[in-house]
Design a binder for this molecule. Structure first.
Ligand SMILES: Cc1cc2nc3c(=O)[nH]c(=O)nc-3n(C[C@H](O)[C@H](O)[C@H](O)COP(=O)(O)O)c2cc1C
Length: 189
């Protein structure tokens, strides 16, 4: 059971870290690809400036990291079977590229492969406010069967910490792939 995780350069790198940890806890192997902009964001938000530091933070042997322009990587081909892909966080740039089929790096190519193979694809787009272009791309991807799981908190579950808000969002990401978890309390509380 392998899932591809793409980390792009939007805010919310902690969501990627928590998503990967939750997937590993659920028994998945991870094919990981990180954009250059994601490294800049990771440095700003978590002081993780290199793929090596991100891997150390994840501390698992169950992660295979791919370089961003290695189009010979397994995840560039539909013949390599995966359970799908999560792009978390997803920048508006990566969102746009995936929506129009622009496969100019390995993250975008892997997402394109998921779409053409009709495999689950979940994007966690982070931007606010959203322009008509952003919204159109999200609609296009939804119409192609992808899941748009925007990182929006809920208040009805009375979160007390930012970490609880993050867990709720990661739980919703896992829900989109029908992966069981206990990241947030089920309603009614
Ligand atoms: C600290 C920081 C935070 C950023 N946050 C966002 C964001 O939330 N959403 C977004 O779309 N772009 C954000 N950006 C801009 C993207 O990183 C930029 O558009 C980049 O080209 C995305 O490239 P990628 O999609 O290849 O990762 C941010 C950049 C930095 C440095």
């Amino acid at each position: 059971m392998n899932i591809i995780v793409g980390i792009s350069g939007a805010s919310g790198i902690v969501l990627a870290i928590k998503t990967i940890k939750s997937l590993i806890a659920a028994g998945y192997g991870i094919d990981l690809v990180i954009t250059g902009a994601a490294l800049a964001t990771a440095k700003q938000e978590l002081n993780l400036s290199t793929p090596k530091k991100i891997l150390a933070e994840l501390s698992s042997d169950n992660i295979r990291i791919h370089s961003l322009y290695d189009f010979t990587a397994a995840i560039a081909s539909g013949s390599y079977h995966t359970e799908g892909m999560i792009i978390v966080p997803c920048s508006m740039s990566t969102l746009a590229a995936v929506a129009i089929g622009l496969s100019d790096n390995l993250l975008r190519r892997a997402a394109d492969v998921c779409l053409k193979e009709r495999r689950p694809l979940t994007l966690v787009p982070r931007e606010t406010p959203l322009s008509a272009i952003h919204l159109r791309h999200m609609l296009t991807l939804t119409e192609m069967g992808a899941h748009i799981v925007a990182p929006m908190p809920a208040w009805y579950n009375l979160p007390k910490t930012l970490s609880e808000v993050e867990d709720f969002i990661v739980g919703k990401v896992l829900d989109s792939l029908k992966i069981k978890h206990q990241l947030y309390p089920v309603w009614p509380l």
